[in-house]
Design a protein around this ligand. Structure first.
Ligand code: BGC
Length: 749
């Protein structure tokens, strides 16, 4: 018997753990005293953040300016030192300007929840993976996602979030696909902007990362990405552009990789020309952890803050200022940006107040976002929703679905309350690259919704045993998972651990087989025709099992749609294999001297020769059929589209009617695509807008989606700006990238 089943699932122990965590948190709050509130002319809140920053800057000594440019190590992993003693023991700490009452910046990873809480005796909610939020196509859900993270950061004593990942899915085998928001820049950019807005609404510095083209983990610290300006601006960078312009993050984290020769964190084109000049980004650029590789070059390129340490931005920086190789004005520029962001995000006017955290308060938000993001991929013969009165026997199979659901790993990892569901209870902290299962049991959720049925469990490790367990049951529900994490890429898009064979065997034994996928990336499905129904549940968060239960039994109608194409096979991807680094460029393997690593490992080359054709644009242009297209997702009801009209203006107004033609209330994501005039040279459509609307059965709603003209434009490499190609545009509207019943043309200039 698994030890986990002895403990965490018993109410008494859960109460004990809750009490322990609350007391631990309260105790730490008492020991960690708040600094006195800052005073000085910069506390005049009628001044702008820039004016306030300027007033502080004028008072600062050279040493204080240098001190605010870098971190003091990673407090979570290191013993208490004089430098990090005042920190909140997150992954990064910047000392601020104590003499002037300017607080330190306490940074925590927070991709889908606050990281490293267990080790600090705290607790945080795991939201569904970011890709699940993207599958909701719901800007309001993205705001709530960010706001929950912001509030829990503050309550735990942090004032800066390291979340907001938005590298688009060029390489679906990227081990961080779950941390990102899909393959389309308009969808990803719109949602990340809302997420950042939500986080910063809690007076926490929000960031957007990893800027830019950190689309594979293999050799991420040395890979040199080649991409042309137009392709870069219309794809990955457009997601960042929308995120920066609409979400106003106070910080941007530059990525580990090189782009067209230079490391992203010392790349003048990325940091200064595009980010600071073209997008008018007023905040500060922070390096990814250990992503700084120089002093003068990085500073001149636009890197403002080195994290987590101080190899290049402390003594070496001061020496460069004293020697005149870095002008004082350049140093002041970095400091001004950091201070300005602190004022703009409100971390000075609204100092964090630690509080005792209710570990269950976030469950409802987490569950609702998951319910909105689960995608129903297949539902033959209306197998779903399940009707409890018709169920006598249910076979639940695979993926530890008796005790938990998987989560995404790496620096995004959130600690489950009580520890990993498949390990001994009480193991508060998680460990790097360990599969972490949240104690949210699908088996229990199913049993609770079919109380009269006999619900059995089979671990799904042996196809024959799983088939025997499924045979004769009214329904067999197979949970299949693919774990992914920062620091690795997936070897392939095939389900690991022989799960393809298990699903095939179960589906052959029972015609009423339902597959529930727990993955961050698309997976291939050699068995796709066999089961009656397929759900993509992603990494489902703290209360994932209840969300899945609500969808399976129909108390929630599925409404999520795919933010990433599911290809038929890896052979159809732009790059059939992930390019891996030669040994001398591999950061993750072998001992590399810290100085060598800091200076930068030798590059290896990856060319994004597919250019703009990312995701569905690639499959359309290359005429490759797919397993499930971008934007696809079924519902328990049906929708009809009618009456499209398109009118030019500052934005292009697209008006159409959506009708719920089926028997149940539901939420439909209406997707608007455009194809450009032939002169644009882009023979594939692009997403230019979307809206999620709730409709009762038979209800019809007319709505208008305003298309930003930038989303219809191309990036002109001669003027280095967006340009609308005059001519005829086709606007397409419908419920999936491959199901667009409405079509209209419009002449634009
Ligand atoms: C990751 C970042 C993360 C940082 C701090 C890096 O390895 O790439 O996403 O914020 O570590 O943990």
């Amino acid at each position: 018997m698994r030890q986990a089943s002895l403990g965490i699932r018993s109410g008494a122990l859960a109460l004990f753990i809750l009490t322990f965590l609350c007391l631990a948190n309260a105790g730490m709050a008492q020991r960690h005293e708040q600094p006195p509130p800052p005073t000085g002319p910069w506390m005049n809140t009628s001044l702008s953040p820039d004016e306030r920053a300027e007033l502080v800057l004028k008072e600062m000594t050279l040493d204080e300016k240098i001190a605010i440019l870098h971190g003091v190590g990673m407090p979570t992993d290191e013993p208490v030192t004089p430098e990090n003693a005042a920190s909140n023991r997150g992954v990064g700490y910047d000392v601020g300007v104590p003499r002037l009452g300017i607080p330190g910046i306490d940074m925590s990873d927070a991709a889908y929840g606050v990281r490293s809480s267990g080790v600090n005796g705290r607790y945080s909610t795991a939201l569904p993976a970011n890709v699940a939020a993207a599958a909701s196509w719901d800007p309001n859900a993205a705001f709530e996602y960010g706001a929950l993270i912001g509030h829990e950061l503050r309550a735990q004593g942090f004032n800066m979030s390291l979340g907001g990942g938005v590298d688009i899915t060029r390489e679906p085998r990227n081990g961080r696909t779950f941390e990102y928001l899909g393959e389309d820049p308009v969808l990803a950019g719109t949602l990340v902007a809302k997420l950042i807005e939500g986080t910063q609404s809690a007076h926490v510095i929000g960031d957007i990362k990893h800027y830019a083209f950190n689309d594979q983990e293999s050799g991420r610290n040395s890979v040199n990405i080649h991409i042309g300006e137009r392709a870069a601006r219309e794809s990955d960078l457009l997601a960042f552009e929308i995120g920066v312009e609409k979400g106003h993050p106070a910080a941007v984290m530059c990525s580990y990789n090189r782009v067209n020769g230079d490391f992203a964190c010392e790349n003048k084109w990325l940091l200064t020309d595009v980010l600071k000049k073209d997008w008018h980004f007023p905040g500060f650029v922070v390096s990814d952890w250990g992503g700084t590789h120089s002093t003068e070059k990085a500073s001149a390129a636009g890197l403002d803050n080195e994290q987590p340490g101080s190899i290049f931005y402390a003594d070496k920086f001061k020496a460069a200022v004293n020697a005149g190789t870095i002008p004082m004005a350049e140093l002041d520029g970095h400091v001004r940006r950091i201070l300005r962001s602190m004022f703009a995000a409100g971390i000075i006017d609204f100092p964090r107040q630690r509080s005792v955290i209710d570990p269950f308060a976030g469950f409802e938000t987490s569950r609702k976002i998951e319910e909105g993001g689960i995608v129903l991929l297949k539902n033959d013969h209306a197998t779903l929703p399940l009707i409890p009165s018709r169920l006598h026997t249910v076979a639940v199979i695979g993926s530890h679905s008796d005790v938990g659901m998987i989560s995404g790993g790496g620096s995004a990892q959130v600690d489950p309350i009580g520890g990993n569901a498949i390990m001994p209870p009480g193991k508060g902290a998680t460990h790097w690259q360990e599969e972490i299962w949240f104690p949210t049991s699908p088996l229990k959720a199913i049993q609770a919704r079919a109380p009269k049925a006999t619900v059995t469990y089979d671990p799904g490790t042996d196809p024959a045993a799983a088939a025997a367990a499924a045979k004769g049951a009214d329904v067999a529900i197979v949970f299949a998972y693919m774990w992914e994490s920062e620091g690795m890429d997936l070897p392939s898009l095939s389900l690991p651990h022989n799960q393809d064979a298990v699903i095939a065997a179960v589906a052959a034994a029972n015609p009423h087989t339902i597959v529930v996928l727990e993955t961050g990336s698309p997976v291939t499905m050699p068995w796709v025709d066999a089961p009656a129904a397929i759900l993509e549940a992603w990494y489902s968060g703290s209360d994932g099992a209840n969300a899945v239960g609500n969808i399976l039994f129909g108390s929630v109608n599925p409404s999520g749609k795919l933010p990433n194409t599911f290809p038929r096979s890896e052979a159809d991807l732009p790059h059939p294999t992930v390019t891996t680094p030669p040994p001398e460029s591999d950061h993750f393997s072998g001992p590399v001297a810290p100085e060598v690593r800091a200076a930068g490992l030798p590059p290896f080359q990856v060319s994004y020769d597919e250019g703009i054709k990312v995701g569905y644009k690639w499959y359309e242009a290359e005429k490759k059929p797919v397993l499930f297209p971008f934007g696809f997702g079924l519902s328990y009801t049906t929708y009809g589209y009618s009456d499209l009209s398109v009118a030019p203006g500052d934005s292009v107004k697209t008006t159409f009617t959506v009708t719920n033609t089926g028997p149940r209330a539901g939420s439909e994501i209406a997707e608007v695509y455009a194809t450009l005039p032939a002169a644009a040279g882009e023979p594939f459509k692009r997403l230019v807008g979307f809206a999620k609307l709730k409709l009762d059965s038979k209800e019809k709603r007319t709505m208008t989606v305003d298309i930003d003209r930038k989303y219809l434009s191309i990036f002109d490499e001669t003027t280095h700006g967006w340009s609308l190609v005059p001519g005829v545009y086709t606007i397409l509207v419908g419920g999936s990238s491959q199901d667009l019943p409405l079509k209209a043309t419009i002449n634009l200039k």
